[in-house]
Design a binder for this molecule. Structure first.
Ligand SMILES: [Zn+2]
Length: 228
């Protein structure tokens, strides 16, 4: 099975900013180790400042959120892609352009598709885990083709592999649609060409996926106890 990574463009030109005080984050500090500080679950929908006047098929924020303009969202629905839901995004231009820009409704892509947990032979394993603040780190991977274990995959078109919750994995059907429709503002990268990582610090699964969906997943007991 060929899978692909849906990724932001190489250049960060046009990346959207968060509106201060409207995007409510969460900072988790450890009661035991003062070196453990990490971002938790976002408490609000996105509110962003657009920096490019041309609305491309995909918009990305500086924090790697993937945003679908209405037209792209409709394509995803028309194609009956599975494995995602959306949250509304509030947006305005960062600077007032000379001519007004019409901003379509925008939707944050939220993954519900599950590609399982990266298998051991990927080299990814739990490296550090703090039971007090749930700060989590994993060793990285050097061969991206080992990340995907088809047996664990729920069959979704768009899905997450743990512990890479910010990586948007897609099936060939999605990749082909994006290429055929000449969608802009993204890259579709074959799994073998995904850039390797030396370490990963995802936080907990519940920062990224809804509780309802997590309940449905077939997770190992120790994962469910400690990493959700
Ligand atoms: Zn801690």
């Amino acid at each position: 099975m060929n899978i692909y990574l849906l990724s932001s463009p190489e250049s960060t030109y046009g990346s959207a900013w968060y509106v201060d005080k409207e995007v409510i984050g969460q900072t988790i500090r450890c009661s035991v180790n003062p070196n453990h500080i990490h971002g938790g679950k976002r408490q609000s929908d996105l509110s962003i400042l657009l920096t490019a006047r041309i609305i491309k098929s995909f918009i990305w924020t500086w924090y790697s959120d993937c945003i679908l303009p209405e037209e792209t969202y409709q394509w995803f629905l028309d194609m009956k892609f599975t494995g995602f839901t959306v949250r509304p995004v509030k947006a305005r231009m960062k600077k007032n352009p000379p001519e007004p820009v019409i901003i379509p409704p925008l939707w944050e892509l939220v993954l519900t598709g599950w590609g399982g947990i990266a298998p051991e032979n990927s080299g990814i394993k739990l490296d550090e885990y703090c039971p007090y603040c749930k700060s989590v780190s994993y060793t990285g991977f050097h061969n991206p083709t080992t990340l995907f274990d088809e047996k664990q995959w729920d069959g979704s078109d768009i899905f997450m592999i743990w512990p890479l919750p910010n990586y948007i994995f897609v099936t060939e059907r999605v990749a082909e649609t994006i290429i055929k429709k000449k969608m802009t503002g993204c890259r579709v990268i074959p799994l073998k060409d995904v850039r390797t990582a030396d370490s990963l610090g995802p936080g907990l699964l519940s920062y990224y996926m809804t509780e309802e969906r997590i309940r449905e997943l077939n997770l190992p007991d120790d994962f469910r106890e400690n990493l959700v």
